[in-house]
Design a binder for this molecule. Structure first.
Ligand code: FES
Length: 261
C-alpha cells in the first residue's frame, strides 16, 4: 500500500483519498468548515489548509486545501506549521468580521486565540458563514431550490430571483422549488436557516408545508413534496416512504423471521 507522511508520521492511504481523509483516518486533526463527508469537496472556506512538499521539491512547499488535495505516495504534509496557523487565523479573522456575534464563529475564533476581528465588522451581520453546505446538500439531496447570489460581503444564500433585500429566511420570496426536506437547515453549522416544525406543519424558505405521518407508528415523516421527491430521486416506490425507518426495519425483521421459520 502506498504511503505518505503527515506531521512526521508515515501513514498508508487508499487510492482516491484526500489528505484530509488520510489525516482523519489516522487521528490527526485538521479543522474544516465547508467540508462534509457526504458531499463533494468544495474548497470554499480554506480553513483546512496544510503545508505540502515532496523530497524532490528541494525545500519548496505550498499551502493546499486538505479537503481537496489528493493523497500521493511520497507526499510530506505538515498540518500545523506557523504559516498554516497564520492562514487559518486570517480565514477566521475575516469570518469574525462577517459574523461577529455568531456563537459557532466566536468559539472557532477562540480556538485560534482570536477574541475580536482585526477587520471592519459587517454593518448588518447575520449567521451565514457562506460555507455553501446548504446549497450543496439541496442540490445533492433536496430539489436544488437555493443558491448563492451576489459577491464579496454582499454574497448571500437564497432562492433564485429573490429580491435584492432578501436576506433572512423566510424572507420575501418563497423558494418555489423547495420540498421542505430541511436538509439545508440541518446541515447549517450556525443555525442561520430558520424553520418551524410542530410535527403537523412546517415552514421554511417562505413556504408552508403539511407534515405526513408514518403509516405504521404515526411518527412525523416529512412533507408530501419531500417524500415524492425522494421516491422520484431514488427510483423506489412511493409506498416505501410511507413508513419510517424503524417501522420498515421491523417489517423486514418480521418477514425474515417468517422465511427462516
Ligand atoms: S474544509 Fe477544506 S476548504 Fe473548507
Amino acid at each position: 500500500m502506498a504511503t505518505m507522511e503527515i506531521d512526521g508520521r508515515r501513514v498508508a492511504f487508499d487510492s482516491g483519498d484526500t489528505v484530509l481523509a488520510v489525516a482523519r483516518k489516522n487521528g490527526i486533526a485538521i479543522p474544516t468548515l465547508c467540508h462534509h463527508p457526504g458531499l463533494a469537496s468544495y474548497g470554499g472556506c480554506r480553513l483546512c489548509v496544510v503545508d505540502v512538499t515532496r523530497p524532490e521539491w528541494e525545500g519548496w512547499r505550498r499551502l493546499v486545501t486538505a479537503c481537496e488535495y489528493a493523497a500521493e505516495a511520497g507526499l510530506v504534509v505538515v498540518t500545523n506549521s506557523e504559516r498554516v496557523v497564520r492562514a487559518r487565523r486570517t480565514v477566521v479573522d475575516l469570518l469574525l468580521a462577517r459574523c461577529p456575534s455568531t456563537p459557532f464563529v466566536v468559539e472557532l475564533a477562540r480556538t485560534l486565540g482570536l477574541s475580536e476581528t482585526s477587520f471592519a465588522p459587517r454593518d448588518e451581520p447575520d449567521d451565514c458563514i457562506l460555507c455553501g453546505l446548504c446549497v450543496r446538500v439541496c442540490a445533492a439531496v433536496g430539489a436544488d431550490a437555493i443558491g448563492s447570489a451576489g459577491r464579496g460581503v454582499d454574497k448571500q444564500v437564497g432562492p433564485p430571483y429573490a429580491p435584492p433585500n432578501y436576506d433572512r429566511p423566510p424572507g420575501l420570496a418563497p423558494a418555489a422549488d423547495c420540498v421542505g426536506c430541511l436538509c439545508c437547515a440541518h446541515i447549517c453549522p450556525t443555525g442561520h436557516i430558520r424553520f418551524t416544525d410542530d410535527g403537523a406543519a412546517r415552514t421554511i424558505w417562505g413556504r408552508d408545508f403539511t407534515v405526513v405521518r408514518c403509516a405504521g407508528c404515526g411518527a412525523p415523516l416529512g412533507t408530501p413534496a419531500q417524500l415524492a421527491h425522494f421516491a422520484a430521486k431514488s427510483g423506489l416506490a412511493a409506498s416505501y416512504f410511507e413508513r419510517c425507518d424503524t417501522c420498515r426495519k421491523e417489517e423486514t425483521a418480521r418477514a425474515m423471521s417468517r422465511v427462516v421459520g
